[in-house]
Design a protein around this ligand. Structure first.
Ligand code: GCV
Length: 719
């Protein structure tokens, strides 16, 4: 018996070593390695004998290439392509208008309502032969269907009786790159910008194609190439020709290009004396600029604009409203089919009101005043991409204006590319929040997919975490945030668990134990980060420059950029009173959300200090005092990171050594820096609470000064 066990063990180890190949992360989740399970591989090889993709458009060419490459890798041999169907086991992909074979299948009824990007994947018969059909009304849908089909194989799903229909719930699904023309990336932690402006338009790096493939594989259909802190030069001819070269390439993957527009461009590059959006010359200039852009890029998507925010120019410089500004640009791109995404991330230190309230105050009175091709881009929460925020009160509050969410994929406030933090739970928390704008069930997801207020223009943006490092995102697991954003943009009703499951299978392994372990780590990681950084509703208490480490003591400079403005710790307690007796930010939410937050008893404890200034002795639901709860929660966060390390260790040998070691090393750093957050914050807040750290908790290794003066030497993006 004992020897039987040994044989089984040897076989298992051998199988695992076979999959544990060298891996640098470049292939992302599109690895297409041979299906490891022999039974599953056999069943796929039995069902898939060849493929036929009819149509000549560049997007269909991309679909062909992907299917060819994917099948060869996954099935372990070149899978024949056919020009006409004959035998069993063909994968047929195309549109009724571009593919006579697909047309003859008479799928029009089934395809109705799926639009140009939706698709179906079914097992059916063609001239009495068993086939798998991937069909769409549009070429992009065929490409998305091909990626979905390959995902089924990558994740080892049965493909014998498929009946899949899928269509995006949100029309425009974008990455926003905060990339500068000198290739630095604002809040980027993965090297330089992907866009090599010096070598464009002549040289088209292979990375551009792989970037487009990765986006298309999750249904991202647009990319904003430049930083919202915009440089007007991008709108000059030389740069536009470079942009056009990228647009030509991305087009073959169904991806449109967008740019950020600097509001003062008419002055900076147009030699006008003003950028007043109602000035006739300015209006003329934007129209001419739009005509020029469309002459190079016929399917240019439009502009994103950050105006009158953090020092950026805007219409208010001329005593005009955000609507005046947005409409002038919208009128310029509108005739060409372009849109304007106007950001609501506006706040001003000179405005005495709570920063969290300012966007709502500014934008709600403008509801209904924007052109039809304007959409308001709103961050998920009212402050700024914090580890946890309540949903932004603008969701649901402007029923006559399309609203799109802006999520952050790059981990500006969540440990950059050093901490393992899977962000899908953060995105999901926002999307599934009930705004009650039209009664129960008015989820943020319904606001943004247009169903709540019947809007046709729908969009979603994610601030990219990509750069030119070999594995694209720095931390190997940060790739999952790019993936998760795309999947949720396609369908905001998916769950974090489902998305993690797919991503892990494609990126690491289909082995059940490995899958369970990595999934557990990922799903717990966001809450862990919240706990060791900003528990119980604390926010904006990071170091002021780099945002990586703690800085609750930051009190100098512009007050809405300090930490003391947000935590308001004093001898009595801690937290920002945003109830009706304080800033009344709660008043911006619809009842009963407003009442829920207003009342300290019903306010969720994970947002308590966001909405309330709470006495140190306040009794929490656990029975502990607020002070003790704060200490325990900080410690829980660090403990979870320690657990994550042990869990990660348990998959050694079950995945490739390269990525195993990279993540292991980063988790050690994450634990070290989570302790810095924990101990720095506890020691600082203790100067107000004057209470002891609970006896059973580990004591800080250093004194407060150490944490205040701490410098990081090994964190990307910080020097
Ligand atoms: C692009 C925060 C970030 C800035 C960013 C800004 C924005 O303030 O720290 O780097 O600027 O948000 O979203 O406009």
């Amino acid at each position: 018996m004992k020897s039987l066990y040994s044989i089984i063990l040897i076989v298992l180890v051998a199988v695992n070593f076979q999959v544990a190949k060298a891996e640098d992360g470049y292939r992302l989740w599109l690895r297409y390695d041979l299906v490891a399970d022999p039974g599953i591989l056999k069943s796929y090889n039995k069902l898939i004998k060849g493929w036929i993709v009819e149509g000549d458009s560049p997007v269909i060419q991309s679909a062909k290439k992907e299917l060819d490459k994917g099948l060869e890798g996954l099935l372990g041999h070149k899978v024949q392509s056919f020009t006409s169907p004959g035998g069993n086991g063909l994968v047929i992909a195309g549109t009724p208008s571009g593919s006579p074979v697909v047309a003859s299948l008479k799928l029009n009824d089934k395809l109705a309502g799926l639009g140009q990007e939706g698709y179906l994947i079914i097992n059916t018969k063609y001239r009495n032969k068993k086939v798998i059909v991937i069909a769409s009304n549009g070429d992009a849908g065929v490409l998305y269907g091909v990626f979905n089909f390959l995902r089924l194989l990558q994740t080892n799903q049965p493909v014998k009786s498929l009946s899949i229909t899928s269509a995006p719930k949100i029309k425009i699904r974008l990455l926003n790159h905060w990339d500068n023309l000198d290739r630095s990336v604002e809040r980027g932690y993965a090297g330089l910008s992907l866009w090599n402006w010096e070598t464009l338009p002549g040289k088209l790096d292979e990375r551009y194609t792989d970037y487009a493939r990765a986006n298309a594989s999750v249904g991202i259909n647009g990319t904003v190439l430049t930083n919202v802190n915009a440089n007007a030069l991008i709108l000059t001819k030389d740069y536009l020709l470079k942009v056009a070269a990228l647009a030509d390439l991305f087009r073959s993957y169904g991806t449109r290009v967008y740019l950020t527009a600097r509001f003062s461009a008419p002055v900076e590059i147009g030699n006008l004396k003003t950028a007043d959006p109602l000035d006739p010359d300015v209006i003329k200039w934007w129209k001419a600029k739009a005509d020029e852009i469309y002459s190079y890029i016929p399917d240019f998507g439009g502009f994103v604009v950050k105006a009158n925010s953090e020092g950026q120019p805007g219409p208010q410089d001329y005593k005009r409203t955000h609507a005046d500004g947005a409409n002038t640009l919208a009128d310029a791109v509108g005739p060409h089919g372009g849109i304007v995404m106007w950001r609501a991330f506006v706040y001003d230190n000179n405005v005495p009101d709570d920063r969290a309230k300012q966007a709502y105050n500014e934008f709600v009175p403008l509801d209904g005043k924007f052109r039809d091709n304007v959409i308001i881009q709103v961050k998920n929460g009212p402050v700024d991409f914090q580890p946890r925020e309540p949903f932004h009160p603008l969701f649901g509050a402007m029923p006559r204006t399309p609203i799109m969410p802006e999520l952050q994929i790059t981990q500006e406030y969540l440990g950059s590319s050093t901490h393992l933090v899977y962000l899908a739970p953060l995105y999901e928390e926002c999307l599934k929040s009930d705004t009650y704008a039209k009664g129960k069930g008015s989820f943020v997801a319904k606001v943004i997919d247009g169903s709540l207020d019947n809007h046709k223009l729908t969009a979603i943006a994610g601030v990219a975490n990509t750069g030119d490092v070999r594995n694209w995102t720095g931390h190997p697991v940060a790739q999952s945030n790019w993936y998760a954003f795309g999947r949720l943009a396609w369908d905001p009703y998916l769950t974090s668990e489902m998305i993690a499951d797919e991503w892990i299978r494609m990126t690491f392994s289909n082995n059940q134990e490995t899958l369970r372990t990595i999934s557990r780590i990922m799903l717990d990681s966001r809450e862990a980060a919240v706990k060791y950084m900003t528990p119980l509703g604390l926010h904006h208490i990071m170091y002021s420059g780099h945002h990586y480490g703690p800085g609750p003591w930051v009190s100098r400079g512009r007050q809405d950029w300090t930490s003391v403005y947000y935590h308001k710790a004093d001898e009595k307690g801690i937290g920002f009173n945003r109830t009706s007796s304080g800033s009344n930010a709660v008043g911006q939410y619809f009842p009963p959300v407003r009442d829920l937050y207003e009342n300290i008893v019903t306010c969720p404890e994970n947002l308590l200090l966001w909405f309330h200034h709470v006495p140190w002795d306040y009794k929490m639901k656990s029975g502990r005092s607020l002070w003790d709860e704060l200490c325990y929660t900080y410690h829980d966060g660090v403990k979870t990171v320690q657990l994550m390390q042990n869990q990660w260790e348990s998959i050694k040998g079950f995945i490739d050594n390269d990525r195993f070691e990279t993540v292991k090393t980063l988790l050690i750093r994450q634990e070290r820096d989570a302790k810095i957050w924990r101990d720095g914050c506890i020691l600082y807040f203790q100067t107000f609470s004057k209470k002891p750290i609970p006896a059973d908790l580990e004591k800080p290794e250093h004194d407060l000064d150490y944490y205040i003066n701490h410098k990081y030497t090994d964190i990307p993006g910080i020097s």
